[in-house]
Design a protein around this ligand. Structure first.
Ligand code: FES
Ligand code: FES
Length: 158
């Protein structure tokens, strides 16, 4: 066992875990932040995406021990208290989810995209969501929601 201290959603957490613990297991099993999903556990489905220093990263392929100096953001960390993040609001308004399993990853990818590129074109939005597999909704509503969130910020392209 090794004590690993991570900063997640602005709070420090310390847990004694096996050194081989992945970030997704640390987040879900140790902290009970179950918004981060575990699908394939092989780096293929994208459901386990979190933001590390603002960039999307697959938490199933990442050792928790390698993240000690980073700032990690999960889906639980993007709302402002009871107020949803604009991307979350847009997903609700556009019905951009069904079972919701892919949704945290889709939203975090979109949050990162819009922070780096407030006016993405549809092609850039498609690329942004292409690494996450959605088995139910299809991608059209998800892309429309991200476009709408961009438009609210004065961005959004054709
Ligand atoms: S659970 Fe990480 S990519 Fe599928
Ligand atoms: S909403 Fe079910 S996997 Fe995307």
């Amino acid at each position: 066992m090794r004590v690993i201290t991570l900063s997640i959603n602005g709070q420090k957490h310390s847990r004694a875990v096996p050194p081989s613990t992945t970030l997704v297991d640390y987040i879900r099993e140790e902290l009970n932040l179950t918004g981060t999903k575990k699908g394939c556990d092989l780096g293929e489905c994208g459901c386990c995406t979190v933001l590390v220093d603002g960039q999307p990263l697959l938490s199933c392929l990442t050792l928790a021990a390698d993240m000690e100096k980073k700032e990690i953001t999960t889906i639980e960390g993007i709302a402002d208290g009871a107020k949803l993040h604009p991307v979350q609001e847009a997903f609700v308004e556009h019905g951009a989810l069904q079972c919701g399993y892919c949704t945290p990853a889709m939203i975090l990818n979109a949050v990162s995209l819009l922070e780096n590129n407030p006016k993405p074109c549809r092609k850039e939005i498609k690329e942004c969501v292409s690494g996450t597999i959605c088995r139910c909704t299809g991608y059209t509503k998800i892309e429309e929601a991200i476009e709408a969130a961009a438009a609210k910020n004065g961005g959004g392209g054709a």
